[in-house]
Design a binder for this molecule. Structure first.
Ligand code: RAM
Length: 523
């Protein structure tokens, strides 16, 4: 582990945060490793709807017999989604190798990515996230150990060029898959219909592949600890893998690597040095309160509550700086709270829901920590926040919470206000049914936001409706061949991406693992 990077923190506090980082380092354990071999060769084509799918396959035994000339390729299928390090045994055939073998290696989480053309990519985040390598090999045979870690199921090897005299042969391939947990540690749910079993299995695999030295958000891309993703991963982990050390480590990291002003950042890096990112999301920093609350509910570890309560309480106090008249001020930065990637979403009402949700958890923690002064303050804040939720956002005529100057009605606003318990259960239930009935156009784009809609339905006792939505949404990804669940999915717009192009979307994304929790918790 590298040296700790902490900026402008007074000496006394620095001691405490350094202590937290030290604890986080001590809670880091070696990853479990598993050797995985490709199970077959496949050809990827398009189905009737244009989605990439394996259209034919051959035994993997055929691989060493494939002589790759200029333009030839093979595609290995490793049978499931994995995260890890790849080694290829390469050789030449024909006359002596009189030129470098020039290869392109493409790693794909879903079959469609094999068909993508990276030269067309024009999204707003780095093209560097596309898992593709161009490699010259001067001398064959060789063992090619790739230094990067990949997240993939399919690996295509294309011979961009050889020469007229020799061909490239892939004699063998292997993967050292890594994770902090093993799928064998979790009992699959029994007695479920097949579609739900598949959803549960893909959720577990998603979570497993995101559980590395920290809870990563998506092993293909950011590979770092995001707090909004952590909150949902931790919940799913409590009823499945039960790796408490990893959650504890992540909480210590966030508390130990706050920004100079005490705010917990939206995400943090552990390499090359541990440091908090400068991205700040108002709702994400508040979720530290919730994560600590949930950890206590699961473990009853009062010590850590006492230790981390000051950091949690600080997030509540600092959140007030971004509020005006008791609600989040979104006038300068409409995305100061994240809520969802949905284009055009007005986030103010949903943010009020998050605020109340976290204040309630804050009160539980203050009580546990014996902080009576904080408890009094939180009581006052909570009363005011609930009053504002109704007076500023509730539209009795429409029967919906509305958000922003244009009084936008969105799915996320309703879900978060229901999770915040603004109304009693019956009124909240009516609101959720009204939502499903009217289906406002401002829907959701990510499994993260969809999770909150489903959780809200379960919160008001609408199990059947929740299950139905889970089946169509997460089941929709399964129907498209998902082994793990995706960062973004809009059934009405399958090519949707928060980044302007799907090629950089992550198809194993932590925040989509929650069916594993919901199915165990509510059914
Ligand atoms: C993306 C990441 C991450 C998420 C943030 C808000 O960059 O996918 O998972 O938490 O957005």
């Amino acid at each position: 582990m590298g040296e700790t990077l902490i900026s402008i923190i007074p000496d006394m506090e620095r001691k405490i945060v350094d202590e937290f980082v030290k604890k986080a380092v001590e809670l880091d354990h070696p990853l479990l490793e598993k050797t995985v071999k490709p199970v077959r060769l496949v050809e990827i084509g398009r189905d009737a709807k244009g989605n990439g799918v394996p259209v034919s396959s051959e035994s993997i035994e055929e691989m060493p017999g494939k002589l790759l000339r200029k333009g030839d390729s093979i595609c290995m299928d490793f049978g499931d989604h994995h995260v890890g390090y790849v080694t290829l045994k390469l050789n030449s055939a024909g006359s002596p190798q009189d030129a470098p073998a020039f290869l392109r290696l493409k790693f794909a989480e879903i079959a469609s990515e094999i068909l993508d053309d990276s030269s067309t990519y024009q999204g707003w985040i780095s093209k560097g996230w596309i898992q593709e390598e161009f490699i010259h090999i001067d001398v064959l045979p060789c063992e090619l150990k790739l230094p990067r870690r990949y997240a993939f199921r399919y690996l295509e090897v294309l011979a961009i060029d050889t020469s007229q005299k020799f061909q490239v042969v892939v004699e063998d391939a292997g993967l050292t898959a890594v994770s902090s947990v093993s799928m064998e540690d979790v009992k699959p749910l029994e007695g479920l219909p097949e579609d739900l079993q598949k959803i549960d299995r893909a959720s577990l695999k998603t979570l497993q592949d995101c559980m590395q030295h920290v809870f990563e958000d998506g092993p293909k891309r950011d590979r770092r600890l995001w707090i909004g993703d952590l909150r949902l991963q931790a919940k799913a982990n409590y009823v499945t893998f039960k790796n408490y050390d990893l959650v504890k480590r992540c909480m210590y990291l966030f508390a130990g690597l706050t920004r100079g002003d005490g705010k917990i950042g939206a995400c943090l890096f552990t390499e090359p040095v541990m440091q908090v990112d400068d991205t700040f999301l108002w709702d994400y920093s508040l979720f530290f309160v919730s994560i600590l609350h949930d950890y206590y509910q699961e473990t009853k570890d009062l010590e850590i509550v006492k230790e981390l309560w000051p950091a949690a309480y600080t997030q509540i106090k600092l959140a007030l700086d971004d509020m005006k008249d008791g609600v989040l001020d979104t006038s300068e930065n409409p995305m100061i709270a994240f809520i969802d990637w949905k284009e055009g979403l007005d986030r103010q009402a949903a943010a009020q829901g998050v605020w109340i949700y976290c204040l309630r958890h804050g009160k539980v923690l203050a009580q546990l920590a014996g902080d009576t002064a904080a408890l009094d303050e939180l009581d006052g804040l909570l009363k005011d926040a609930v009053e504002k939720a109704v007076s500023r956002f509730w539209d009795e005529e429409q029967g919906f919470f509305v958000s922003g100057a244009k009084c936008q009605v969105s799915w996320s606003s309703q879900a978060w206000m229901v999770l915040a318990d603004i109304f009693d259960q019956e009124k909240s239930r009516e609101l959720m049914l009204h939502l499903l009935d009217v289906k406002p156009a401002m829907g959701v784009m990510t499994p993260y936001a969809y999770h909150h809609v489903i959780e809200a339905l379960l919160h008001v006792g609408e199990k059947d409706k929740a299950l139905e939505l889970m089946r169509t949404y997460w089941g929709g990804m399964i129907d498209l061949g998902a082994d793990t669940f995706w960062e973004a999915f809009d059934p009405a717009d399958p090519l949707a991406s928060p980044y302007g192009n799907m090629q950089v979307n992550s198809f194993c994304h932590a925040w989509s693992c929650t069916p594993a929790w919901l199915l165990r918790e509510y059914f």
